[in-house]
Design a protein around this ligand. Structure first.
Ligand SMILES: Cc1cc2nc3c(=O)[nH]c(=O)nc-3n(C[C@H](O)[C@H](O)[C@H](O)COP(=O)(O)O)c2cc1C
Ligand code: SF4
Length: 402
């Protein structure tokens, strides 16, 4: 039976005075270069969805020559099915704050923002208080904890657009512009907020950094597998008996094991979405796959944001498809024609499917639209917008049996 591996989900104390900030205190005794090396050696990969190596991003950021650099903590968490960052913000705000300050020190950024999804009112209240207390305790502002490092942090509330979780849209949003994605390159690390080098990291990535600096990168590196080090917070929802946030050591169990850990399925299991609606589904007979970046990729899906949705046979598949399609139609920023119009066309095809029943040509056209969007999309929104829909059609819909 799979058990939770608790590395990150510690220190649930809501009183900041009881939190030791050891990771930060230790970090301030190292140089920025030392910390970047430690995070590189830990093997930590970004938990925002793409799994980019954190140490590599920081190395690139550190090498940017600039008097002004920004560090942004991405707490937009708009991916349907994902609520692990909310868990961290509400239950471990000090660890998130600690990770933000360590990251800023490591890349030599003196200004930072935490961009929290507007709907997370409780998390916003908690973090506003955390920032205020941190200034009083000398954890933010000038000469942090007696060091010669200065760092100012501000909280920004998002306004509910999914695309604003994309780092370049988020940067536009902080600048007061519409949340459109920017063309890359230049990458934010080169020219981001107000055209200055900007490092964007996910909440879970930064909280993990605090823990790695507290305990040692070598301890962290012993957890997980070669390519998927450490643990991952997985938020499980849908048709399971105990939906919640679970901490899973990479490679310690399969998707089936994780469903069991969450109390098992309610009803007869049909499929699982492993990492939020941007990822492809795996059917009930494909769940024997180990929970790692590499195994999920080989199985045709992805760890994504860690938002796992379990779906039983009690639902109408076409209704689910229409619901998901509606989400992508409403949330596209509309800049790229194929993403905007392609997603609309897909919804029309699905409406036809609902009215007239399935035809193989629907799947073919949606597959072609997916290719076109993949080729032309400026950001990850378009690139992943058809994964769920196409995988459901591919795995469940065949003309001869419908
Ligand atoms: C449409 C879209 C939505 C995204 N939403 C989030 C989000 O809510 N939180 C997040 O951390 N990253 C999100 N990302 C990924 C970010 O662009 C970025 O890669 C991430 O914040 C980097 O942090 P990491 O390196 O720590 O993973 C999103 C990307 C796209 C394309
Ligand atoms: S891919 Fe979609 S969401 Fe991303 S920039 Fe283009 S239109 Fe906007």
């Amino acid at each position: 039976m799979l058990e939770e591996k608790i590395f990150l989900k510690k220190d649930l104390d809501k009183n900041m005075k009881n939190y030791d900030f050891i990771g930060l205190k230790k970090s301030l005794e190292f140089t920025s270069e030392d910390i970047v090396k430690k995070i590189t050696d830990s093997g930590l990969r970004g938990r925002g969805g793409a799994g980019f190596p954190t140490g590599k991003k920081w190395q690139f950021a550190l090498s940017q020559e600039s008097d002004v650099k920004f560090l942004i903590c991405n707490a937009d968490e708009g991916e349907p099915g994902t609520f692990k960052d909310r868990f961290l913000l509400e239950n471990m705000p000090f660890k998130v704050l600690e990770g933000i300050i360590i990251a800023a020190y490591a890349v030599k950024a003196n200004y930072g923002y935490i961009y929290i999804r507007g709907e997370y009112s409780k998390a916003i209240d908690i973090f506003e208080r955390t920032i205020k207390d941190a200034y009083h305790m000398g954890l933010l502002g000038k000469n942090i904890l007696g060091s010669n490092f200065d760092f100012e942090l501000k909280l920004i509330k998002g306004a509910g657009a999914y695309v604003c979780g994309d780092e370049t849209s988020l940067i536009n949003s902080i600048e007061g512009k519409r949340g459109f994605s920017r063309i890359k390159p230049p990458y934010p690390v080169q020219r981001g907020l107000f055209d200055m080098p900007t490092i964007v990291n996910n909440v879970e990535t930064l909280a993990t950094v605090a823990e790695i600096m507290k305990y040692d990168e070598n301890i962290y590196a012993t957890l997980g597998t070669e390519k998927s080090r450490g643990t991952k917070l997985v938020s499980i929802s849908g048709d399971v008996k105990l939906p919640d946030v679970y901490e899973i050591e990479f490679g310690s169990g399969t998707l089936s094991d994780i469903v069991k850990l969450a109390g098992g399925e309610r009803g007869e299991l049909s499929f699982v979405v492993p990492g939020g609606l941007a990822t492809s589904i795996l059917k009930n007979d494909e769940l024997d796959v180990l929970y790692t970046y590499e195994d999920l990729e080989e199985a045709g899906s992805s760890v994504g944001s860690g938002g796992m949705i379990v779906v039983s046979k009690d639902h109408d598949l076409v209704d689910i498809l229409l619901n998901v399609s509606d989400f992508f139609v409403k949330e596209t920023c509309g800049t790229c024609f194929p993403c905007r119009e392609g997603n609309r066309n897909i919804k029309e095809i699905l409406l036809k499917l609902k009215r007239k029943g399935f035809k193989e040509e629907y799947k073919k056209t949606i597959g072609e639209l997916r290719e076109a969007i993949l080729l032309a999309a400026r950001c990850g929104f378009g690139q992943s917008s058809v994964n769920f829909i196409y995988s459901v059609l591919d795995k469940f819909f065949h003309e001869e049996v419908i």
